[in-house]
Design a protein around this ligand. Structure first.
Ligand code: PMP
Length: 428
């Protein structure tokens, strides 16, 4: 993505150029799938704050829960005094977390949850090394950035990174031009080779993987690959961490993205969609694994904030009551069907893929190489048509489409019309 995704203009010259602005829009208010700018223009939002506003913008029940909580207590530091929203959230999470992951703690962001999971795995195993997968995105703190290989900009210029991290191939079938089975076989063999030649089993604490590579290109992790990791983790006493920060809470059409496989992780981390926009993340594992951590080795001042926790409880209630996991599956099928039809008309769209409401186009040039310019051109043409889209991919050549879980059939149809128009304009 580096260098290819120039900003169309920051809304304030005082905002650091270290940030990247995808659009020049300044939001006045937002509701459901729609954002209204301060200029009164209405945009169809297929970015959801990078996969965060799961129940749509400002869902009335989330707003009500947060408002009510603000008047009761805002910050009840949960390792000092416990608060009701967090107890409720913990009970509620217990109903959706995989069996056996019965111990939970909280932080504020995805990166913090990733860091916490790494500390846990190292403490639980007494081993130093972590194996992550090529193209993964796990965050911007130094440990999380070390695990991140979705582009060099997350490390270039500020290395050295954390020690003990090794990167294994991801079964990126489209990139290799292989079928999925071949890619999975290759990636598992390379992982075994890594364990035999670089990071000995006795030194390897954890595998960390996303159920769908997010910022690295919206690539579903093949269930057979996850099963292969589970089998190796069991055989070698390695902790399997699944990073559900972007894919979790219904986005893929199942509650958790890893549930396309029968394999259960040892540690699950979630954030983004959990509280519809309030910052909170959760780290879940078995009580036995959690018990290997020294009391006080995890935590932080703001983790498990009372207002965020109340918003998370409301979010999980809305997801359940409005059948949003099923809606994500159905609207995802509609979306992917439409995207495939559009892709058939444009040679530059090498792959149209998706799981639920995590959908994407991957762009290639005539030689079959990554074409980040085409991705950027589509994003700009969509913006001209009041549709917000984001790019992603380790090489910046993917456009990702991330509607909220409440998106309606008509909104998906409208979005597809705008994408089709934008593709005609941008790609010819
Ligand atoms: N893991 C995954 C899978 C993510 O998608 C992200 C954010 N894009 C992170 C971790 C980091 O989360 P945060 O930005 O909240 O630190």
């Amino acid at each position: 993505a580096d260098g290819t995704d120039a900003s169309p203009g920051a809304p304030s010259a005082r905002l650091s150029p270290a940030l990247k602005q995808a659009t020049p829009i300044v939001v006045d208010h937002a509701s459901g799938t729609w954002i209204t700018g301060t200029d009164g223009r209405r945009y169809l939002d297929f970015t959801t704050g990078i996969g965060v506003t799961s129940t749509g913008h400002c869902h009335p029940r989330v707003v009500a829960a947060a408002r009510e909580q603000v008047g009761k207590i805002i910050h009840a530091q949960y390792t000092t005094v416990m608060h009701t929203p967090l107890l409720e959230l913990t009970e509620k999470l217990g109903t959706v977390l995989p069996t056996g992951l019965d111990s939970v703690f909280y932080a504020n962001s995805g990166s913090e949850a990733v860091e916490a999971s790494i500390r846990l795995a190292r403490m639980a195993t007494g081993r130093p090394n972590i194996i992550a997968f090529h193209g993964g995105f796990h965050g911007r703190t130094v440990a999380a950035a070390t695990l991140t290989t979705a582009g060099t900009k997350f490390r270039s210029g500020f290395a050295p990174m954390m020690g003990g991290v090794h990167i294994a191939p991801f079964p990126y079938a489209f990139r290799y031009g292989w079928d999925l089975d071949t890619a999975v076989t290759f990636a598992l063999r390379e992982l075994d080779y890594l364990l035999q030649t670089v990071s000995a089993v006795a030194d390897t604490a954890a595998f960390i993987i996303e159920p769908v590579l997010g910022d690295g290109g919206y690539l579903p992790t093949p269930p057979a690959f996850l099963d292969g990791l589970r089998e190796r983790a069991d055989r070698h006493g390695i902790v399997l961490i699944v990073d559900e920060v972007q894919a979790g809470v219904g986005r893929t059409g199942k509650f958790w993205g890893h549930q396309f496989s029968d394999s259960t992780p040892d540690v699950l981390i979630t954030a983004k969609g959990l509280a519809s926009g309030f910052p909170i993340s959760a780290i879940a594992a078995s009580t036995a694994l959690m018990s290997t951590a020294l009391p006080g080795s995890q935590g932080g001042t703001y983790g498990g904030n009372a207002v965020a926790a109340a918003a998370a409880v409301a979010t999980l209630d809305v997801v359940e009551d409005e059948g949003l996991v099923e809606n994500a599956r159905l609207r995802g099928e509609q979306l992917l069907g439409g995207l495939r039809a559009i892709a058939a008309r444009h040679d530059q769209i090498g792959d149209a893929r998706g799981l639920g409401l995590m959908a994407a186009f991957e762009f290639v040039d005539d030689a079959g190489d990554a074409d980040p310019g085409a991705a950027l051109a589509l994003q700009k043409a969509a913006l001209d048509r009041d549709l917000l889209l984001l790019t992603c991919g380790a090489l910046g050549n993917v456009v990702r489409i991330i509607p909220p879980l409440v998106v309606t059939r008509d909104e998906v149809e409208l979005g597809l019309e705008r994408i089709a128009d934008a593709c005609d304009a941008a790609l010819g």
